[in-house]
Design a protein around this ligand. Structure first.
Ligand code: PLP
Ligand code: SF4
Length: 346
């Protein structure tokens, strides 16, 4: 499922600096932490005390690059960044109503790897790979192998998008689209940008938070040359994720006209208090990003320990409205299978 992490990325760059830049992000991925013992050691957490609470999930293993580990607080078992990536034994709890495909993705596939739930926009599963395995991910059980397009399938995907003139926006998602090589991603984007009715390309990505090396000068360059509007929807959940390196990457995107938005997931004991959410919005704004959605947790199997009660969600929304300018209050939404838009909190 999440297999093609390092293999399958083989850009054919002629230019040396480009090659070096590519080598840098691939090496950052190769040295990402995959062993819970290593993670505990890096954070000065006592193995004897904590190893017992960690699960060995063979299908959706621990994966976290070192640059993200560096943003975690040492010796803090409750660190909000650690908690997003640490596979706890709690994941084995079978909670009522928590499903393997909670948002009906499999029913929304209009052709292989193309999901359409909403008018005017389609979402492409471009890869199954991510730079990190977020424990609450609603696609953690998604059968990527069947959906990720190979060359022949890509032609079909293009044909299906071309045939529907009501579609004006294509969302590149996954997995994480920035896990693809520049060659692959660029050629996908260029193919899409030549379709006359496509006016906007949107990326849904966490990579700039986890693997900043991936945002190479070449990537910024070809992105800025696309003849369509580009929207980048980041996915930060906590202000501690947004360091100065991240801010400088965002400045580069802004300078070439990319619209920057952020979606977060409300997660128990990670960001479910008003102070944290206020700080997150303010810090995003400093980085040139506007808060877009704050999702209520999708009820995916293995994530029940992240759920925040409805009462608390409502209280948080109220507090954010009282404390922030309207443009820094994210829309509180919930994805309901079969609905024609993400459902706002009543
Ligand atoms: C979330 C989602 C979108 C994006 O919805 P917006 O409201 O446009 O941000 C589009 N397609 C699918 C299938 C989605 O799940
Ligand atoms: S980066 Fe996105 S798709 Fe990948 S594991 Fe995290 S939430 Fe899921």
């Amino acid at each position: 499922m999440y297999k093609p992490m390092i293999t399958g990325i083989a850009p054919q760059d002629k230019d040396d600096s480009q090659e070096l830049a590519n080598a840098a992000w691939k090496s950052a991925l190769a040295t990402a932490v995959r062993d819970p013992r290593e993670l505990l050691a890096l954070l000065n957490l006592n193995e004897k005390k904590y190893l017992d609470k960690i699960s060995v999930n063979e299908k959706f293993k621990l994966l976290v690059p070192l640059s993200y580990v560096a943003k975690m607080k040492k010796s803090d078992w409750h660190d909000p960044l650690l908690r997003q990536v640490l596979p706890l034994k709690d994941e084995a709890i079978k909670a009522f109503g928590f499903l393997s495909d909670p948002v009906g993705d499999l029913n929304a596939e209009v052709s292989s790897g193309v999901l359409q739930k909403y008018h005017g926009r389609v979402l492409l599963i471009t890869t199954g790979a991510c730079a990190v395995h977020c424990r609450y991910c609603f696609r953690r059980h998604f059968p990527y192998a069947n959906s990720v397009p190979d060359k022949a399938q890509w032609q079909q995907t293009l044909a299906s998008i071309k045939s529907d003139k009501t579609v004006t926006e294509v969302i590149l998602s996954g997995g994480d689209p920035l896990m693809l090589s520049d060659e692959r991603l660029r050629s996908m984007c260029q193919d899409l940008a030549t379709i006359p009715h496509i006016t906007t390309l949107r990326f849904h990505t966490r990579v700039p938070l986890f693997l900043p090396e991936r945002v190479t000068a070449y990537f910024i360059q070809w992105l800025s040359e696309l003849k369509v509007k580009v929207v980048m929807v980041l996915h930060a959940n906590h202000a501690n994720e947004l360091d100065s390196e991240f801010a400088s990457i965002m400045r580069k995107f802004s300078q070439c006209g990319v619209v920057l938005l952020n979606q977060s997931v409300l997660l128990k004991n990670i960001n479910d208090d008003a102070d944290n959410l206020v700080l997150l919005s303010q810090r995003l704004f400093e980085c040139g990003i506007l808060p877009y959605y704050l999702h209520q947790l999708d009820k995916v199997q293995g994530a029940a320990h992240f759920e925040v009660s409805n009462d608390k969600v409502q209280r948080l929304q109220q507090q954010l409205r009282e404390r922030l300018p309207g443009y820094l209050v994210p829309r509180f939404v919930k994805e309901v299978s079969g609905k024609r838009y993400k459902q706002p909190l009543e």
